[in-house]
Write a protein that binds this ligand. Structure first.
Ligand code: PEP
Length: 247
């Protein structure tokens, strides 16, 4: 099984001065190493500076999204190769804020995940149901459908991580119960084995959605939870460090 991963998603937050938080995190981890892999995904504008500031530290730098093509007439977009060139080693794809706000389909997300692998980046492929879908009893159907549509079979055996992020838990302070998390992670595991074969049993499945210092221990102990994707609580080194120490 993959080593746990605790990844921070800064979203559209952070200026150069905020990299002091990333450096403080790296210093704390240098003094007492983490039991997990640790990554920070700042906005694209900060990737190169973050990669320089965190060079020789245990903190990996990731990106929040990528385009599926290598290059071309895609104004405002950034390819996986460009992110790798700037120093990223991971990239989040299919975050619900991209799926909902930018109309990204499962096929788009799968193409981005393949692009990430092509560029040598580890994709973190996000899936998750809306509140309406959960209330309609469709959470497992939605999430396993997203896995089958967004995780390309060609990634079997390569570096790939999946994140279960219920849309209704992101940035709301709400979290599913532990049995609900375990039920969805179990269904994701089965779907990953269907898509990737035996390699699907090894893929880390992160939980994301309002992970905070005070709920991290319980969530990270849950069956099939292989780490966390953390939004708001990754912006401050002290909070993020408490979550990392919960592994
Ligand atoms: C996220 O953006 O992926 C996320 C999980 O956000 P938050 O932790 O703030 O809910």
């Amino acid at each position: 099984m993959a080593k746990p991963l605790i990844a921070g998603n800064w979203k559209m937050n952070g200026l150069a001065a905020d990299l002091t938080e990333a450096v403080a995190l790296a210093q704390a981890l240098a003094q007492q190493p983490a039991k997990a892999r640790v990554a920070l995904c700042p906005p694209a504008t900060l990737i190169e500076r973050a990669a320089r500031a965190l060079a020789d530290s245990p903190v990996l730098v990731g990106a929040e999204d990528c385009h599926a093509q290598v290059s071309g007439a895609f104004t405002g977009d950034i390819s996986a190769e460009m992110l790798a060139d700037a120093g990223a080693v991971l990239v989040v794809v299919g975050h619900s804020e991209r799926r909902a706000g930018h109309g990204e389909s499962d096929a788009d997300v799968a193409a981005k995940a393949l692009a990430a692998a092509r560029a040598g980046l580890e994709p973190i492929i996000c899936v998750g149901e809306t509140l309406a879908e959960r209330e309609a009893g469709r959470a497992l159907e939605i999430v396993t459908g997203q896995i089958k549509g967004s995780v390309p079979a060609a990634l079997a055996g390569g570096a790939v991580t999946v994140a279960y992020e219920p849309v209704w838990a992101i940035g709301t302070g709400l979290t599913p119960t532990i049995p609900q998390i375990e039920e969805v992670h179990g269904a994701i595991r089965q779907a990953l084995v269907e898509v990737l074969g035996p390699a699907g049993a090894e893929v880390g499945i992160l939980y994301g959605g309002s992970v905070k210092p005070d709920n991290a221990v319980e969530i990270l102990r849950a069956t099939e939870v292989g780490g966390a994707l953390v939004g708001g609580a990754s912006l401050k080194a002290a909070d993020f460090l408490q979550i990392i120490r919960a592994v």
